[in-house]
Design a protein around this ligand. Structure first.
Ligand SMILES: *Cc1c(COP(=O)(O)O)cnc(C)c1O
Length: 433
């Protein structure tokens, strides 16, 4: 994009923006929760829609002047419903964490129980980490993998926990788990104990939208939350999708599964949030249109193909991956087993050669999270730049060379930069003029 007002009005801020552009342009992004938006999404995000207050839902607002906010939010809702085969969508949550809290607030009473994935086995902070507010308000019980060598979830144990603790929500979803989930099995367990089946698909929503991975809503899940900025390639934000009958959010409905859409709308506003960010909602609408195209389906398939290639190349070079591979876009590299280095050390080594990833606790990790025994990496961002299997092979080689000290860091860094410059980011350039 060309910027004229910003370089003149605030050169200090514009220099920071140029710095971030250069960082993204030259660096290889391997953090599996990051991606690049298109220039169309960026343009929608940077609009005067940010000027407008629009508390409420389309057609039922508290302030006047809602002609265009109603139009754009209705469009985003319709596109989200169509893309994910849902009865209802709320596109106002400010982030994934907010979306999950809204669902808890919609369905739970204080002290109610949620059955969710153990954090060190891949669950997300918002699934009841002790440091969160949700963990103070609700009770979280944990299921885990049966065997970390295959990564299969222990569904028998999950079922026993469900029968014992009678959770109000059974939560499927992860931020550090490289395998697939048996949604029908989980839904059957939820039905057996009368729990709401909730899926947090923040990481893989784009792969679901692109039909590369199954959709929990198709397996009968009641609610699905997702961020919009990870594999979905939209702005930072979130969507709550649900099954049920949308009703008038101005009236409190009975707490039934059928009423979930209305309960969720009321939990978002006025329950937990104020005015929605309409510039962001506009950008979400644009991203959802992109995600419904054949080109996006091709993208989703390539994300998986690249992850397969990267995992295979790393293992061929002697690396140990948690669960020995991946079914999705991410992998967990056991850096202690592979290189005798902590996740933190490997993160720093790779940062120095222009490859960005994050240290990550491994299942039942003995090290504190700030050190960690592994790193998490993934292919969504590299795939958005057009990289394919041959590039993944080079990336695997650089990771291993850097970690084993087999090549000069400066030499690897130069190769990483050359590769990235040959595959420009879809977000375009930052230029003054
Ligand atoms: C990223 C993520 C979130 C939180 O999203 P934010 O937008 O960072 O608040 C929630 N759940 C899962 C599974 C995630 O991966």
């Amino acid at each position: 994009m060309n910027y004229s007002a910003l370089p003149q009005g605030d050169p200090e801020v514009f220099r920071i923006l140029q710095g971030e552009y250069q960082r993204e342009h030259d660096g290889l992004e391997l953090i599996p929760s990051e991606n690049y938006v298109s220039e169309a999404v960026l343009e929608a995000l940077g609009t005067l829609m940010t000027n407008k207050y629009s508390e409420g839902t389309p057609g039922r607002r508290y302030y006047g002047g809602q002609t265009y906010t109603d139009q754009v939010e209705s469009l985003a809702i319709a596109r989200a419903k169509a893309l994910f085969n849902a009865d209802h969508a709320n596109v106002q949550p400010l982030s994934g964490a907010a979306a999950n809290l809204c669902v808890y607030a919609a369905w739970l009473e204080l002290g109610d129980t949620v059955l969710a994935m153990d954090l060190s086995h891949g669950g997300h902070l918002t699934h009841g980490a002790p440091v969160t507010f949700a963990a103070k308000a609700f009770k979280f019980i944990r299921y885990k993998m049966k065997d970390v060598e295959t990564g299969e979830i222990d569904y028998d144990h999950l079922e026993r926990l469900a029968l014992e603790h009678k959770p109000k929500i059974i939560l499927a979803g992860f931020s550090a788990y490289p395998r697939s989930i048996d949604y029908p099995r989980m839904k059957a367990i939820a039905d057996k104990v009368g729990a709401m089946a909730m899926a947090d698909m923040a990481h893989i929503a784009g792969l679901i939208a692109g039909k590369a991975l199954p959709n929990p809503l198709d397996a009968g899940f009641h609610v699905m939350t997702t961020t919009t900025h990870k594999t979905l390639r939209g702005p930072r934000g979130a969507v709550i999708l649900s099954r049920g009958t949308p009703g008038n959010p101005l009236r409190a409905p009975e707490k039934t599964l059928e009423n979930l859409p209305t309960l969720i709308d009321r939990a978002v506003f006025p329950g937990l949030q104020g005015g929605p960010h309409m510039n962001k909602v506009m950008a979400i609408a644009v991203a959802l249109k992109e995600a419904a195209t054949p080109a996006f389906r091709q993208y989703a398939r390539q994300v998986l193909a690249n992850a397969q290639a990267l995992a295979a190349q790393l293992m061929e070079r002697g690396c140990k991956l948690v669960t020995n591979g991946t079914d999705n876009h991410m992998m967990l590299l056991d850096t202690m087993a592979s290189f005798g280095k902590t996740g933190q050390e490997v993160q720093e080594l790779l940062d120095a050669v222009g490859m960005t990833l994050n240290k990550n606790a491994l299942p039942d990790d003995p090290l504190p999270p700030f050190k960690a025994s592994g790193v998490r990496l993934g292919t969504p961002a590299a795939t958005s730049r057009g990289m394919k299997e041959p590039e993944m092979e080079r990336v695997a080689g650089w990771i291993v060379d850097a970690c084993q000290g087999r090549a000069e860091p400066a030499q690897i860094a130069a190769q990483v930069k050359a590769l990235c410059n040959a595959f420009p980011s879809p977000s375009g350039k930052v230029q003054a003029g």
